[in-house]
Design a binder for this molecule. Structure first.
Ligand SMILES: N[C@@H](CCC(=O)N[C@@H](CS)C(=O)NCC(=O)O)C(=O)O
Length: 216
């Protein structure tokens, strides 16, 4: 299987299936297309019908949209733990993942993922603060109800953690104030070797996007 991704420094949507496949040990090769450069859009469109990354190519099948890729991985690798085994936990995890996929636009706009940013706070504003409060509450509920088996949202690392991995990065890099339980969850995600591999590769990339680098 091949996963087509964007810059590791910035491409939050690419990070989601990449970290999930890496943590769960699902073998894949990656093709990285640097974003927003001459020829990028055409290069992406050749591989991904929606014209966006990520896309997963499995033989003759192309799956695009990060959440659809995660669902495909759940079908393709049953028993690998893409979603929690328990039906209630699984429903909750899918709801949380979908809420991320479809929402939190103010946070995404104000705090673009940028793994090169040293932690530095900025003024968030009420809409972003509301997103942060909702995410912290949702993480807390998942951990309290379903997280006893490990440090992640549903105990073991799952598709829900993958969907929120870029949020962990944003909260960290923009020094967003969070309660200790949320910080402990973030630290568990950031301690993963897969996290380090992605962020170190992103930090070493030669491409820079001013929109993301110049956020103050
Ligand atoms: N809803 C899509 C969003 C994908 C997306 O917006 N990807 C961005 C990079 S993070 C992209 O491909 N941008 C390139 C472009 O729009 O030309 C998903 O979940 O995969």
């Amino acid at each position: 299987m091949k996963l087509v991704i964007g810059n590791k420094a910035y491409s939050s949507w690419s990070f989601r299936p990449w970290i999930l496949m890496t943590v769960l040990g699902i073998p894949f090769e990656e093709e990285l297309i640097p974003l927003y450069r001459e020829g990028s859009a055409e290069a992406i469109r050749r591989l991904s019908p929606g014209g966006k990354v990520p896309a997963l190519i499995d033989g003759g099948l192309v799956v695009w949209e990060s959440l659809a890729i995660i669902e495909y991985l759940a079908d393709r690798f049953p028993g690998r733990g893409v979603w929690p085994d328990d039906i209630a936990a699984r429903a909750h995890a899918r709801a949380l993942a979908t809420e991320m996929h479809a929402g939190f636009q103010p946070l995404r706009n104000r705090c673009p993922m940028n793994v090169r940013r040293a932690p530095k706070a900025l003024v968030l504003g009420p809409e972003v603060e509301a997103n942060v409060a909702r995410i912290v509450a949702a993480w807390g509920e998942a951990r309290a109800r379903f997280g006893a088996g490990g440090p992640f949202l549903y105990g073991a690392f799952s598709g829900a953690d993958a969907m929120y991995a870029p949020v962990v990065s944003r909260f960290h890099c923009y020094a967003v104030p969070v309660p200790p339980e949320a910080r402990a969850y973030m630290d568990a995600v950031m301690a993963l070797p897969a996290w380090r591999a992605w962020t170190e590769a992103g930090q070493a990339e030669p491409w820079h996007l001013a929109d993301s680098d110049d956020v103050v």
